[in-house]
Design a protein around this ligand. Structure first.
Ligand code: SF4
Length: 349
């Protein structure tokens, strides 16, 4: 059965018309529901008793429920959501440098087929794509959590479980609902989609010109290194991915974030830093260096570790000296396995 989170204003208006209720209530109800993080205050909404009762009887507000919630010592909150259509997924609310704002991270799939060796989300392969409404539900749970702590959910990244461009249509539909002023009202520029480098997806998103941001999980500047940790590189080599990313910039004017998970002895040498700078020369990007968060043995059986601080510093110095804006991403939620690469389908505190 569809839940309210599955419906567009048009679909809900059609349902109301079928019930003999004013279709004009549909847009108002959805806006109210999205604003409140997925709840309805019937006294405030005033849609009439008959319609209210029919909705409560026949239209569940949500199709996902929280089966576990973990809070990190740094304030990060991770939810395990059980989906009515089967499976579960994780979604995360993070603190920001601004006390009144929070940042969300949502999943686009249950599991992931991409097999990045250092990532926990892929260990059990891909179970299924999440539907647009199921992605919207994650956003609403995060918004509700932020509201409950007097904060505003101000940004949303698609960096949880899954490769968003392998679920392109549902991801785009979810973004349209989350960002548009008529529903979620988050704002287009507040949304970032992160890809491991699915070239057709990058180009298709550029052509849609939604005014959202792109993050590229590059993790290595050369095919030889990247292919050992990101199997998708065999299908889309580094040069093709960077071409597509430049195309995104030319079409949208949005600066791409380059994500680089730093793995000791794998991709963290000075030589890698120089190759990265050379690869991106002349291209306006932000480089986010992510010191590896422990996830256990990779798909290959290989164990990874975080580089020593002096190695991290040396890498950062080289890319900055080459003129790039580069930072270490502040690790959040790693004590509850909510940090980058640590999300999976079963809750592990
Ligand atoms: S890093 Fe992203 S694309 Fe790679 S396996 Fe993990 S979830 Fe999938």
């Amino acid at each position: 059965m569809n839940a309210l989170t599955d419906l567009t204003p048009q679909a809900l208006a059609a349902q109301f018309a079928e019930w003999g209720a004013p279709p004009s209530h549909a847009a108002r109800l959805l806006r109210h529901f999205y604003n409140r993080g997925g709840t309805v205050d019937w006294d405030e909404l005033l849609v009439g008793k008959a319609l209210q009762e029919r909705i409560l009887r026949e239209l569940p507000l949500r199709s996902a429920s929280v089966s576990a919630r973990h809070e990190s010592t740094d304030g990060t909150v991770k939810f395990l959501l059980a989906m009515a259509r089967g499976g579960s997924t994780e979604t995360v609310l993070m603190t920001t440098p601004y006390a009144e704002r929070a940042a969300g991270c949502v999943s686009s799939q249950i599991g992931c087929a991409m097999g990045c060796d250092f990532c926990a989300s892929t260990r059990r392969g891909l179970e299924r794509n999440l539907e647009a409404g199921e992605i919207v539900e994650q956003f609403l749970y995060l918004r509700a959590e932020a509201l409950a702590t007097n904060r505003r959910l101000s940004t949303l990244v698609f960096m949880g479980m899954g490769e968003p461009f392998h679920n392109f249509e549902n991801v785009v539909e979810a973004i349209r609902r989350i960002a548009s002023p008529d529903l979620g009202g988050l704002g287009w520029r507040q949304v970032t989609v992160s890809t491991v480098g699915i070239v057709p997806g990058i180009r298709a998103l550029a052509d849609l010109d939604l005014n959202i941001n792109l993050a590229l999980s590059l993790h290595a500047p050369d095919d030889a290194t990247r292919a050992t940790i990101v199997p998708a590189n065999r299908r889309f080599p580094v040069a093709e991915i960077i071409d597509a990313t430049k195309y995104f910039y030319e079409k949208t004017g949005r600066i791409t974030n380059i994500e680089y998970c730093m793995l000791a002895g794998i991709n963290d040498s000075d030589e890698h830093a120089r190759m990265l700078a050379e690869l991106l020369r002349g291209f306006r990007t932000h480089i986010n260096l992510i010191p590896y968060n422990f996830t256990g043995a990779g798909v290959s059986g290989r164990m990874y570790t975080r580089p020593q601080q002096e190695r991290l510093d040396s890498f950062l110095k080289i890319v900055r000296a080459a003129g790039f804006i580069a930072h270490f991403r502040v690790t959040r939620g790693d004590d509850v396995n909510a940090a980058c690469g640590q999300l999976r389908e079963t809750m592990q505190a």
